[in-house]
Design a binder for this molecule. Sequence first.
Ligand SMILES: Nc1nc2c(ncn2[C@@H]2O[C@H](COP(=O)(O)OP(=O)(O)OP(=O)(O)O)[C@@H](O)[C@H]2O)c(=O)[nH]1
Ligand SMILES: [Mg+2]
Length: 357
Amino acid sequence: MAVDTHITDAHAALLARFRDGVPIALARAISVVENERPGFQAFLHAVLAEGPESARIGVTGPPGAGKSSLVAEIATAFRKNEEHIGIVAVDPTSPYSGGALLGDRIRMNDLATDPRIFIRSMATRGSLGGLATTTKEVVDLMDAFRFDRVLIETVGVGQTELEITAAADTVVVVLVPESGDGIQAMKAGLMEIADVFVVNKADRPGADRLLKEIRQAMHLRAGTALKNVPAHHGADLSRVVKKERSTEPEPVDGGWAVPVLKTVAQTGEGVPDLLEAIDGHRAWLIESGELENRRRARARVRVRDVVERELRRVAWRSEVVGERLEGGLDAIVAGEATPYSVAADVLDAVLGRGATG
Ligand SMILES: Nc1nc2c(ncn2[C@@H]2O[C@H](COP(=O)(O)OP(=O)(O)OP(=O)(O)O)[C@@H](O)[C@H]2O)c(=O)[nH]1
Ligand SMILES: [Mg+2]
């Protein structure tokens, strides 16, 4: 089965304007994808032909942690280097557009009207709570539009957020002192996905304690990683204790040392360090070859997503399937069949096999 490469004249015209970097064409393309307009797969196939390029930065954390404030700070800073920035906010609990997000410091409206910054809020979540396929497709569109960076904001600290890695190259996890997130975050596996930890609202009490907690947990992880190394190299307790006191990140098993930073998004305090950490991670991704690994892992998720969606589409569009489903219902009610036997018949029809006895 070959991919459908035929795109409509309207989509071809849209593609040309998209390639010319016309922001309205990006907005149109997003709505074509969001609404799954006929032929959107062929359109995406054409749009994504040149592969990924943008630096994708995910910002995740509990509701109200200051993710949008930090994203606004980050975008504004990059913007000063003449960069083009795309922002995708998934399920924001507070509206992203309009209003004064940061009081007089940075108005979201300033970002929203900046022609080099494109903001898109999405109220879509996958059926299993992860990032919806559509969301990943929108991020892909922004990448194909050749923004220098694409910032992706997702809410929450739970297993569902782990899927941010399926969209971003660099994951910034934002925690705040008051919610006592430290331990929870470690349980939720955020330790595994964080490339940079930020304790935002560092102007509030408890910030230093949370900072210490996260650093300790990171060092415990580093300690586990060093278990296989001869004792005089790694498992030396005094060294571990010294590392706990140090504020400088140290490399974990030859890889990336996750920085644990403090910020006050409202005043911009700590933001330069955050920018440095993000750029440092990017450089490491490229140098170590990890960027390619991550892109490959992401590609696997994307292919599976599309296969699953197409299977569903193919299945429920088929007339034979519809007949077997409807025909099976009476039998289930009459106690002559079960949802499983009817499902088996339906699957046979989907897979083009004869009905089972
Ligand atoms: N004290 C203090 N308040 C902050 C800080 N950063 C953000 N805030 C405030 O916290 C509130 C939430 O900030 P947002 O940036 O909207 O947080 P968010 O994580 O994007 O929120 P959702 O997207 O709704 O989950 C706002 O009132 C901000 O002004 C900070 O460093 N210190
Ligand atoms: Mg937000």
